[in-house]
Design a protein around this ligand. Structure first.
Ligand SMILES: [Zn+2]
Ligand SMILES: [Zn+2]
Length: 92
């Protein structure tokens, strides 16, 4: 679980925010002044995804070799440029 320290922009209280649900963005209210705050966390990344090429229908397995949230590549069958996301979708 990732924890980040943020300072409330209104009252300057330093808050420790735990990403207990593993969300890419966590919204909460400052406990002191009730200002609505938002903290961005790095989402967990998948190491491979399966995608279907919209051009030719080929099912491709794409590996996240560079540990990046997105990867652009060309379909090996029809050369259509594709973009895949390795970000784990938020649940709920
Ligand atoms: Zn505050
Ligand atoms: Zn294709």
């Amino acid at each position: 679980m990732e924890t980040k320290r943020v300072a409330c922009p209104k009252c300057n209280t330093v808050l420790e925010v735990a990403n207990n649900k593993n969300e890419p963005v966590k919204r909460f209210a400052c406990p002191k002044c009730s200002t609505r705050l938002m903290v961005k966390f790095n989402p967990p990344l998948l190491d491979k995804v399966r995608v279907q090429c919209p051009g030719c229908g080929s099912v491709l397995r794409v590996h996240n070799r560079a540990d990046k949230p997105y990867r652009q590549f060309e379909c090996p069958a029809c050369q259509k440029p594709l973009r895949v996301s390795f970000i784990v979708p938020a649940k709920g």
